[in-house]
Design a protein around this ligand. Structure first.
Ligand SMILES: *Cc1c(COP(=O)(O)O)cnc(C)c1O
Length: 343
């Protein structure tokens, strides 16, 4: 209400206050933007130029690959590890070419990528590194918050993520120059109102009302995370006999039967919001299929995540009895589907 009753509806300092609380939590420089997609676009504008190749996992979010293409680069896909859903280092090395300029890694379901190895690959090949942390707020690797291992980290505050501002995102970096350039690029390229510009930017600002929600959400984040991790552990114990990949965002399970039918059955019969991250690996989409033909066509683990796994939510609105229902409902649906297949 304070935001709506301010004399000016914009530039009132609330966005800055949200950035400060994000900085305090993560330890980097934070630049609030209108979405994670906006943060990824700005990141690619700052780190890459037309003709550059950027490697990313086949099961990334569409917005990461699109960001590369929108700055004139080429998204080159690699496979992921079956055990985590994160970028596979051998697969990265197999697609590096003399045009490769960067890597975008995704911390799948909130599980940190192995940042030491990725940083070494980047160092040895002269590559920039973006971490897509949209599913990984609160995730640390080796004591440092994700998003601060590479050049830039990007976060989403879409309603399904760890905290929400309804729509919104954050660009995180430990590099002051990058933070300053991002601040100007989110505002047409200007550092101040009516100021001069060095290059054209966009309007990717977050609103004061969104930031006010964000400030309150940050206060609740520790409790959200505690509940998420409890829920993840409960699913892990309840479905210990299944192959699983779990993080603070969701738990991905391999039920050994086709998951498209299973997912429909879970939603229809058990009211369980089961999903798949992601239903189609990016190189399987028409645009990227055409472009990616010249690169390694093997994404067997990314394909397995899309065709053979199913994700259960762990959001903090779910309490122990809901998780129990999900575990039992999942088992009922798996045995139904197995019986249907056998007959
Ligand atoms: C949600 C998500 C995005 C996109 O976030 P928006 O804020 O909706 O633009 C990007 N990457 C990953 C990994 C995501 O989960």
């Amino acid at each position: 209400m304070d935001v709506l009753q301010q004399r000016t509806l914009t530039n009132g300092g609330i966005v800055r206050a949200f950035e400060e609380s994000f900085q305090e939590y993560t330890g980097g420089q934070a630049v609030a933007v209108s979405s994670c997609t906006a943060a990824l676009h700005l990141a690619c504008m700052m780190l890459f130029k037309p003709g550059d190749e950027v490697i990313l996992p086949a099961n990334a979010h569409l917005s990461a690959a699109n960001a590369v293409e929108l700055v004139g680069g080429t998204a080159v896909f690699c496979d992921v590890q079956r055990s985590t859903g994160n970028i596979d280092h051998k697969s990265v090395l197999s697609v590096i070419s003399d045009k490769t300029r960067g890597i975008i890694c995704v911390h799948y379901l909130g599980i940190p990528c192995e940042m030491g190895i990725l940083r070494q690959i980047c160092r040895e090949n002269g590559l920039r590194l973006i971490e897509d942390c949209a599913l990984a707020l609160g995730t640390h690797f080796d004591g440092r918050h994700v998003g601060l291992w590479g050049d830039i980290g990007t976060f989403s505050f879409y309603p399904t993520k760890h905290i929400t501002t309804m729509e919104g995102g954050m660009l995180l970096t430990s590099n002051m120059d990058i933070a300053e350039e991002a601040r100007s690029l989110r505002r047409f390229g200007q550092m101040e109102r009516y100021g001069d510009i060095q290059r054209p930017g966009l309007n990717y600002r977050m609103t004061e009302a969104q930031a006010a929600i964000g400030i309150e959400q940050m206060k609740r984040l520790p409790a959200f995370l505690r509940q998420r991790l409890l829920n993840m552990d409960q699913i892990g114990r309840g479905l210990a006999d299944f192959e699983r990949v779990g993080g603070s965002y969701a738990v991905s399970i391999f039920p050994r039967i086709p998951t498209a039918d299973l997912r429909r059955r879970m939603v229809r019969d058990e009211f369980i919001e089961a999903s798949v991250y992601y239903p189609r690996p990016l190189p399987r989409l028409a645009y990227y299929k055409r472009k990616a033909r010249q690169y390694l066509p093997e994404f067997s683990n990314a394909d397995a995540f899309s065709e053979e796994s199913i994700c259960l939510p762990v959001g903090p609105h779910l309490k122990a009895e809901h998780i129990n229902h999900m575990i039992e409902g999942f088992r009922r649906c798996v045995s139904h589907s197995s019986v249907a297949r056998a007959s």
